[in-house]
Design a protein around this ligand. Structure first.
Ligand code: SF4
Ligand code: SF4
Length: 408
């Protein structure tokens, strides 16, 4: 797609990068079939090709109008279009650049800006999040109260404490806690640690762990997002042995860390560190599948988050590990539906579309009446739990629970 940048972008390296990405799109439309918002709304402007055309217009005219912000804000950043694109268009990077421009231009209404600012502040306040979720877990039996929330409060299976700390571990890794996950479902990483300890793997934590930066960056607050990333990069460099893998059990945080090198320019003093940490980043499934697990069987439906499937290219990895361990997998999610509608802050900022996508996803996951639905990302976990009559858990929790039942 040939683009002529508006003169105001003459010295912008980000706009130049956007132009390069837009030129790589040949307008073929192969991406539209896998786009959840296009499937739902049937509007070309809510398809990847249509959004690229809107971004092109924005960069040519040098202004953001209401149509731009409406259709770009409806994008889930699920990256299904990248998987479907034969030309390798870096759509998410383009959208992030466009969102940065939209934020700079203050194009959204005051109400929308205030709401987005509030969401960022709440989700960045770790102590407040931890306190809030502790209270909500205690109130979980009051269904009338928790049903008013835009997210679910999942209950975790009982996990017995693992072995004592290892004196001579075979491997050492660092486990990222994640901001929302450590507040909402701390049991996920407790289960991960228990499983790793059983295999002689020592799992370190980072003192005062910073946010991975995904929240701010994907909301168009690039400076703040990069600042968060820098803090986490420095913490890993200063607190973790140089060769330890950086493991994430929340696929949304994991994909961000794997992509760190993309967020820093080559001239940035932290560019080299970002490349190094990206290379050491690994999802929990990539680590746990190195070992053999045997569980007490259970029927489960697997939800594969977009950040695992499209973001990290690990489609089917959780299912393979769990079926190999002895779980019976039910039919699961509709193959054509890419996203459950959680998508970071999407469920709060676009509640109507988000709920429609969730209900479609859940009707597929629940169809075969599994005992449990499992997922791999905290946002999807809370979002699906809000609408599901079947318990929703992180796959690591149920793996650990059934493995303990089988082995004790
Ligand atoms: S599939 Fe790729 S090249 Fe084709 S329209 Fe979509 S983004 Fe452009
Ligand atoms: S990221 Fe997802 S919602 Fe956005 S355009 Fe691509 S496929 Fe559609």
């Amino acid at each position: 797609m040939k683009t002529t940048l508006h003169p105001r972008f003459r010295n912008s390296s980000e706009a130049a990068r956007a132009e390069t990405i837009m030129r790589s799109c040949v307008h073929c439309g192969f991406c539209t079939s896998g786009c959840p918002t296009y499937q739902l709304l049937g509007d070309e402007n809510d398809s990847p090709r249509g959004r690229i055309a809107l971004i092109k217009e924005m960069f040519e005219v040098g202004e953001v109008n209401e149509a731009h912000s409406t259709h770009l804000d409806r994008c889930l950043t699920c990256r299904s279009c990248e998987t479907h694109c034969p030309s390798g268009v870096a759509y998410t990077e383009l959208l992030d650049i466009a969102k940065g421009f939209m934020t700079e231009s203050r194009a959204r209404s005051l109400r929308s800006r205030l709401w987005r600012g509030l969401v960022r502040r709440i989700l960045s306040a770790q102590d407040l999040l931890t306190m809030g979720f502790t209270v909500l877990r205690a109130l979980k039996p009051l269904r009338w109260l928790t049903s008013l929330l835009p997210f679910g409060i999942p209950l975790a299976p009982e996990i017995k404490p693992g072995a004592d700390e290892l004196t001579e571990p075979s491997t050492t890794v660092v486990v990222l806690e994640g901001c929302v996950q450590q507040a909402a479902t701390p049991s996920v990483n407790e289960a991960l640690r228990t499983l790793l300890l059983s295999q002689g793997v020592a799992a370190l934590s980072i003192q005062g762990e910073a946010c991975c930066g995904a929240l701010n960056y994907h909301l168009g607050e690039h400076d703040q997002g990069r600042q968060d990333m820098r803090r986490l990069l420095h913490q890993i460099r200063d607190q973790v042995p140089g060769d330890a893998l950086v493991v994430s059990s929340a696929s949304g945080c994991g994909v961000t860390v794997k992509d760190y090198a993309k967020y820093f320019s080559r001239s940035d003093p932290d560019y080299g560190l970002a490349i190094e940490i990206s290379r050491r980043a690994i999802d929990a499934v990539e680590l746990l599948r190195r070992y053999t697990w045997k569980v007490k069987p259970l029927r489960i439906a697997i939800h594969n988050p977009c950040t695992l499937t499209h973001g990290q290219g690990l489609d089917g990895a959780v299912g393979e590990l769990l079926s190999g361990a002895g779980f019976e997998l039910t039919i699961g999610a509709p193959a054509t539906l890419a996203c459950c509608g959680s998508a970071g802050t999407y469920s709060v900022l676009q509640p109507t579309l988000s709920k429609q996508l969730r209900d479609k996803m859940l009707s597929g996951l629940q169809r075969d009446t599994p005992d449990v639905i499992v997922t791999a990302n905290i946002g999807c976990h809370l979002h699906l739990a809000a609408g599901s009559s079947i318990p929703v858990m992180h796959w690591i929790e149920i793996l650990c629970h059934q493995w303990q039942l089988q082995n004790t």
